[in-house]
Design a protein around this ligand. Structure first.
Ligand code: PRX
Length: 632
């Protein structure tokens, strides 16, 4: 089995070894998996192009490692435990044997639709077991999955399908979330009207039932295509560096980019990090509340846990339905041992009062995880005291879509924890802080830009269809380094605290958003002349979206505000809706015409007393106007 560190000394020794001999260290981890053909070389890399290859020329199939490999030892153990939206609904379980059969049937179904190695399949589905099954079925036959979070709009879905040139969309008919019934298939139809020319079929999983439109040429029912298939499907032999999936994420400019992860390195790293960060032991029930539409769901609901032979829970619903005790009720019901969620959820539940967690027996919990954004001290303490009763180490895990897996985190019970600190890098991860002139900041008690000096196995390989963009965004700021886009601090003892993005990316309720992307959406409104979007501190969401908008309309009232919000929902989805829209006559600009976001950020953050020198602006007079009209 993959190495599980069990003491501080072992962490220190392992870390040292992993840096001195990364290839030896990762080869040892990789050799605990099943390879059809062993790799010839552990690592080939340069960060200039970049060109990164792990486990070179190794042949494998990741699903053999997630599923087949576990059958002799734990074929009858539950692999996926599914808790429905309705608390009285039926819990669904798949043992490893059952999951393998379900994946094989789906894989055969996909083949019958003409899907094969290298084809792209887009998922637009709620959190139902068929989503995990479908994703694994793609991996079984070597197709590339790209899961689109089902809260995105038809336009956002079409953009992703078009960029990936996908052949198939897999969706549900409807989705129940809390009290809402969401028309999932309808969104796919709308996306098809907006683009999706590469799509040959839409495979529809009947989730809730109900009337839907149907196109005989394109639409196929999951049950018609999958149910009668054989439960045997030989796994396709894949190269270690073949693409496993594309996942779209926002950057500081332009449209979302397709982050590409490849099979071998991602497999080794997600399993290794899962076992160490959560200290999962056989028989434990592990629950990550993320959606599979995000990287957290890919790495720590599906791949990491299944590679490790764990029981992983999937939850269909929301934290506040039927009441704000739902998470804790589920923890009690399934005797959850490791619980992994986002600070925004903790803050929202904290606001509902400590009586909610107090109602339930949470004694099964051993490890509490946090991911997606900085966790503030108040939320950290509440989580620790009200949920963990002071007995469960909190693993504040820092990572990104691009990193594939957790890079910085305490190891529970092994390294210490400190509120708001993600703490120490995992073995194999060489974190450095840089100043803006490109000097490495040595020693402790420093603050700078967070970079990683050498590749770890799950690092992104490219951005789909645009390698130059990948080089430019991540590898050009500092020579020979992967630049994360985050600012961080190292304390006296070397623990790292990630402060937040230093680029034009904002993090709203743990959802990553490009300010340019939101601006482009707002600018689609016919009355909008120009806009500028910034983040500002928000008590529950972490960051809220603040939009400054110049319009042609004389009367800038709430009707216009509402219609701008509608446009954003149409272009991206409800998660990108600005919390505040301030109508302005001008935006502060440099002489070269660039919007001075620094000033706008300060005004939105109620920090306008300290704007610095504004006299060199092209239009210093607008600053006063913007300040006076600020919505604070
Ligand atoms: O700013 C960091 C923040 O989330 C960004 C990555 O977002 P995404 O690719 O959507 O992945 C989120 C889930 C892995 C990072 O650049 N972030 C993530 N985790 C933390 C965090 N910031 C502070 N502390 C964390 N634990």
């Amino acid at each position: 089995m993959t190495l599980q560190i069990s003491s501080l000394k072992e962490y220190q020794d392992t870390y040292k070894r992993s840096i001195e001999d990364p290839e030896g260290f990762w080869a040892e981890q990789a050799n605990t998996f099943q390879w059809r053909k062993p790799f010839d070389k552990v690592l080939d890399w340069n960060f200039d192009e970049p060109n990164i290859k792990w486990f070179v020329d190794g042949k494998l199939n990741i699903t053999e490692n997630c599923l087949d490999r576990h059958i002799p030892e734990r074929g009858d153990q539950v692999a996926i435990l599914w808790e429905p939206n309705d608390p009285d609904g039926e819990v669904v379980t798949y043992t490893y044997k059952e999951l393998l059969a379900a994946v094989n049937k789906c894989a055969n179904g996909l083949k019958s639709l003409g899907i094969g190695k290298g084809d792209r399949v887009v998922f637009y589905m709620p959190m139902v077991p068929e989503l995990a099954i479908g994703v694994l079925a793609c991996a079984r036959i070597g197709a590339i999955h790209s899961v689109v979070f089902a809260g995105f709009s038809a336009q956002a879905l079409a953009d992703r399908v078009d960029d990936a040139e996908a052949k198939l969309i897999i969706c549900s008919d409807y989705n129940n979330r809390g009290l809402k019934n969401i028309k999932v298939k309808q969104v796919v139809e709308d996306a098809m009207d907006l683009g999706c020319n590469s799509i040959e079929h839409v495979l529809v999983h009947k989730n809730t039932g109900g009337e839907i439109n149907w196109s005989d040429d394109i639409d196929k029912w999951w049950h018609d295509v999958v149910d009668h298939q054989s439960a045997e499907c030989p796994a396709e032999e894949m190269d270690s560096e073949d693409i496993l999936f594309i996942l779209y994420t926002s950057g500081s400019t332009g449209k979302p980019k397709g982050v590409v992860h490849t099979i071998g390195g991602y497999m080794v790293y997600t399993c290794y990090s899962f076992l160490n960060v959560f200290q999962y032991k056989p028989g434990d029930i592990y629950w990550c509340t993320a959606d599979i539409g995000w990287i957290t769901g890919h790495s720590y609901i599906v791949y990491g846990p299944l590679l490790a032979g764990a029981t992983t829970m999937m939850f269909e619903g929301v934290p506040t339905f039927p009441d704000p005790g739902r998470f804790w009720q589920i923890c009690e019901k399934h005797k959850v041992n490791q619980f992994y969620t986002a600070p925004t959820a903790i803050r929202a539940l904290m606001a509902k009062g400590e009586e909610w967690p107090a109602k339930y027996d949470l004694s099964s919990l051993r490890v509490l995880g946090s991911v997606g954004e900085p966790i503030n001290e108040e939320a950290w303490n509440w989580y620790n005291e009200q949920v963990g009763h002071g007995k469960c180490p909190i693993v504040d895990t820092w990572w990104q879509t691009e990193t594939g897996g957790i890079l910085i985190s305490p190891l529970p019970g092994i390294t210490d924890t400190k509120p708001t600190y993600a703490s120490y890098p995992l073995p194999g991860v060489q974190t450095v802080l840089m100043d803006s002139d490109g000097n490495e900041l040595e020693g402790n008690n420093v603050e700078g830009l967070l970079c990683i000096k050498a590749p770890w196995p799950a690092i992104l390989r490219t951005t789909y269809g645009d390698h130059e963009r990948c080089r430019q965004v991540y590898f050009s700021t500092f020579k020979g380094m992967y630049f994360t886009g985050d600012g961080a601090r190292r304390d006296e003892e070397g623990r790292i605290r990630v402060i937040g993005r230093v680029d034009d990316v904002i993090n709203v309720s743990g959802h990553r958003m490009g300010t340019a992307e939101v601006e482009n959406a707002i600018n689609e409104h016919p009355a909008v002349v120009e806009s500028a979007v910034v983040g500002y501190p928000h008590k529950i969401k972490g960051q809220g979206i603040y939009a400054y908008v110049i319009t042609q309309n004389e009367d800038t009232d709430d009707i216009l505000r509402k219609s701008i919000l509608d446009v954003v929902v149409k272009e991206i989805g409800p998660i990108a809706k600005p919390d505040k829209i301030q109508f302005v006559n001008g935006l502060p600009k440099t002489r070269s015409g660039k919007i001075m976001r620094r000033i706008l950020r300060k005004i939105a953050s109620r920090d306008s007393a300290n704007l610095g020198d504004t006299s060199t602006l092209l239009n210093p007079e607008v600053v006063e106007e913007v300040k006076e009209g600020a919505l604070v």
